[in-house]
Ligand binder design. Structure first.
Ligand SMILES: Cc1cc2nc3c(=O)[nH]c(=O)nc-3n(C[C@H](O)[C@H](O)[C@H](O)COP(=O)(O)O)c2cc1C
Length: 212
């Protein structure tokens, strides 16, 4: 009788252990399967790192009297980039641009820390571009405040912005630094150059190579 009971206990234990083993093996397979599905093969990571990024370039510009517009058009031709004009909602008249008058629109805007002249709303998909060449005339040694309206309107996080300008005689100075306060910390603002005297498409092509 005792022997019989022990025998039954052993079979019972074997069955329990067998069931647990089965479950453990199934769990083990499931874990391996999930890990295999979630881990990328090493070769794919290497190939992703080695593939050059398909970067798209935009030339964006503001121009009140046409000088910067010409440079922007030639630059977009030179590099085969899209072009976008920052158009003021209210156009600047010649009285507005009179820097000898402290009460002209441009003088008042440039003295203000907060002036953000409106720009014509357009659906610009900044997310399509990695690099933006941003051109403008130099006003009072820096960028016109409407350029800040543009920079603050869109999200330029992780983008490279190369600035260029036209001027009477001023150089690019520290305009890159000035504009940093209108973008996020991850935006790289690169000091380009003042491109006066309507440089040729060929010249601009060579110049743009500097930033590759
Ligand atoms: C309000 C105002 C301020 C200006 N300030 C400067 C300046 O500080 N330094 C300079 O060299 N030229 C200055 N200029 C001249 C312009 O930068 C120059 O004419 C420019 O090429 C105009 O470009 P746009 O035709 O694209 O508007 C100023 C022009 C205006 C209207």
């Amino acid at each position: 009788m005792m022997l019989k009971t022990k025998f039954i206990q052993e079979i019972y234990l074997k069955e329990i252990n067998g069931g647990i083993m089965k479950k453990l093996i199934i769990c083990l397979f499931a874990v391996c399967f999930i890990v295999a599905c979630n881990s990328k093969p090493k070769t794919a990571v290497v190939s992703t790192q080695n593939t050059p990024k398909n970067s798209k370039i935009l030339v964006a510009y503001f121009s009140a009297t046409g000088n910067t517009a010409k440079v922007a058009q030639n630059l977009s031709k030179a590099i085969g980039a899209d072009i976008y004009e920052i158009k003021p909602q209210t156009l600047y008249t010649s009285e507005d641009l009179d820097w000898t008058n402290p009460n002209s629109r441009s003088s008042i805007e440039m003295k203000s820390q907060t002036a953000r002249p409106g720009i014509v709303p357009e659906n610009l998909s900044v997310s399509n571009y990695d690099t933006i060449y941003l051109g403008f005339p130099i006003w009072w040694g820096t960028a016109p405040v409407i350029v800040r309206t543009f920079l603050e309107k869109y999200d330029f996080s992780n983008k490279k912005i190369i600035i260029f300008a036209t001027s009477g005689s001023s150089g690019i100075g520290n305009i890159d630094r000035d504009l940093k306060t209108s973008v996020s910390g991850s935006t790289d603002i690169v000091k380009g150059a003042v491109l006066n005297n309507n440089p040729s498409v060929e010249y601009l092509k060579e110049w743009s190579q500097t930033f590759k």
